[in-house]
Structure formats: structure tokens, C-alpha cells
Write a protein that binds this ligand. Sequence first.
Ligand code: KE4
Length: 424
Amino acid sequence: MDNSTSSQLFDRACAVIPGGVNSPVRACHNVDSLPLFIAEAHGCHIRDVDGNDYVDFVLSWGPMILGHDHPAVTAAVREAAGRGTSYGAPCPDEVTLAEEVVADMPTLDMVRMVNSGTEATMSALRLARGVTGRDKVVKFIGCYHGHADPFLAAAGSGVATFAIPGTPGVPAAVVGDTLLAPYNDLDAVRELFAAHGKDIAAVIVEPVAANMGLVLPVAGFLEGLRELTSAHGSLLIFDEVITGFRVAFGGAQARFGIEADLTTFGKIIGGGLPVGAFGGRRAYMENVAPRGKVYQAGTLSGNPLAMAAGMATLRELRRLDYAALEARTAAFAGELASILAAKGVPIQMPTIASMFCPYFSETPVRNFADAQKCDQKLFTTFYKQMREQGINLAPSGFETGMVSFAHTDDDFNKALDAARKVEF
Ligand code: KE4
């Protein structure tokens, strides 16, 4: 332990919080580091409790696409807070945000607000099971859909980072209805439907897999899932907790032109406050209580501060240039890859929209098995030396780098200069 304030706080935290963190991926011990305790964040910069400044490429794992402490978002939250923090009754902003999400997402007629991505996917699966009367769900190895029991089978993100074997605490009977296939492997999905088709309620997929690093869908993969689910009367669930309002303003379904039956959201739609949502066509969504019989609830769902933050975020995003952000991200990631390759390390650097991922691998990564073969020691070296130089990267090779509209050329150049100094 060094004597930094972060390490002193971590000591205290470990006495009263499991692992010293409220979410495992923040722990950093998989990259031989202590977690940074953050004092404040503005734009694309975070400052730790020891006064160290970092260019942030984690962005709270996705929500902060506008950058931290965006004036419009902060003002909206401050104004809402002056009117109370929770009513336990509907408020106007819940309606307005729902109307805006429905208007922004091509396949939604209705949406239900919840408090996290986990709640959103858990609820969407329950709805799919309720609507179809079936129990099984297909998920992809390495995809992460939050920590609800049915999804803790071969999950990505922190489950992959810490190589947590199996699913301790989750009854075998629960994950027994979870069928697994490698990402990008349509034949494997066809086999599952051949064996279980009439029992499969849904296929849930990250349309861009961002919890095993960053794995793009190969041509025809998502289209094939659409065809298979339609042919077997199963629902296609797009988990857009990360991709929603990130890979395009209308999410992956707008970018790829594929209509999911249900879509889940989180992160960006809350502008950094706890918000998740699930939505879809009216015929499905009207099965949700109290309109229908599929029960789903939440004390703080539609919280007025969270709705204000989400509305302010989407209103800003609606007028911003996603193509320009994508081009800036691609240019940065391409230069970063060149710098690393010039050092003689094997590097792959997939990017899409404002996401990028340094895989230390000779070959492209198309699924979780490929991601597991990447050199995590090189990743740790890279992570640690970049952090020492004031660049905050996701502390895991199974996560994704994020760029915001607040990142400037100076920020990108600081990161590139730091990469030039990394010694492997
Ligand atoms: P939350 O319950 O953490 O709000 O959302 C779960 C979730 C669902 N679906 C996708 C595609 C997700 O990426 C997530 C959460 N993402 C991780 C990071 N990759 C959250 C970070 C954490 O667990 O602390």
C-alpha cells in the first residue's frame, strides 16, 4: 500500500465494502493496481483524491458521452433537486423522457423506466417469457447483460475479468434455461433452435459486444438472429445498455437497420444518474403490469432527478455530430495502434462509433475465446504505464474504451504521447 489518500480510502473501504468497491470492475487488482478514488470530474477529465488529473476513457463505463459535469445536465439536476428528490408518484419528466426515447428509437412504441441495466434486461427477459410462455433464453458467451441470475452464465465484463467460475449462488435450475453460443456463430444458434426452438422465449444479444473487449458483429450475424427468432416465434432482445445512443443516436437498431422485438437501455439515458429502461412494440409492452400481468416494479423508477439528467443528455446529443465523433475516435485509435505496433507488440484495435479496444493479439478477436487468448500481461503493462502518465483506461482487457464529445485534440495527443513512452 502506498500512502496516497486513495490507498488509505481503499483500506477503509475494504473493511466495510466487499473488495472495497461497490462494483467489481472498479477493483483494478486484475491489473495489479489500486482503485483510484475520484474527487471530481469535468469534461473528459477526472481528478482523484490526491489531486492527480486523468484524461478519462472510461466515462463511468459509458454514460458520460457528453463528458462529466456537462453544464446542461448539471443545471437540470440541480433544478430538479430543488423540487424534491423522489415522489413515489408519476412526474411530468417521466412522460417526457419516455416520449423522447420512443421517438428516438425506431422500434419502440412504449418504454418502462427502471434503475439499472440489470433491471432492464431482467425485466425484458421476464416479459419475453411471459409473452411467449416459454422458459429458455439464448445468450452469447462473453456478453454481459447485468447480474440477474439467468445471465450469469459465461458472462463478460467483471465475470470474465475475474474469471469467476460458474455462477456461485445461482441455482442450476435457473441457468439450466440459459443456452449458450459463441458470439458471431450463427450455426451454433441454429443448432440450439433445432434442439430447443419451441422452448426458446428469446435471444438476447449485445448488438456490438462491449463486455469482452469490443467485438463487432460479422456481416449477417444480427440479421441471422432476426430471421431465426422470427421463424421460431422467439423474441429478439437487443441489449443496448452500452450501444444505445452511443453507436448512433438511434442505437444499434438504427445503425444496422434491424428491428429488435425488445430493447434494453441504461447508462447514457440516465446522463450518469441511475436509469435503465426496456421497451418495444405496444403488443409486447402492454403485457407489463399494471396494464398486463408481467410484474415489474421499482420504488425509484422514473426518479425526477434521473429523468432530468436523462432528458438534458438526450437533448444535447440530439443536436451533436455522431459521425464527427466516430471519425475522431477512429483517427485516435488508429494512431494508438500504430504507436503500439511500432513497439513490436501484437495489437488489434477494433473501433466503432466512439468506442475502441486495444487487444494485445496477433489475430482479430471475433468472440470470447479469441478475447481470452489476448495477452493480459501486456494489457496490464499498458494500463499501468498509461495511468501513471494521467490516462484513465478501463482496468480490464474485457472492457471497452469510450470517447466523449468533450475529448479534444489535446486530450487525444496527451494519450498518444503517453503511449509513445510505454515500455513493454
Ligand atoms: P448495470 O446494471 O451495471 O447498470 O447494467 C448492466 C449491463 C447490461 N448490459 C450491458 C451491455 C452492460 O454493459 C451492462 C453493464 N456494463 C458494465 C461495464 N461493461 C458495468 C460496469 C460495472 O459492472 O460496474
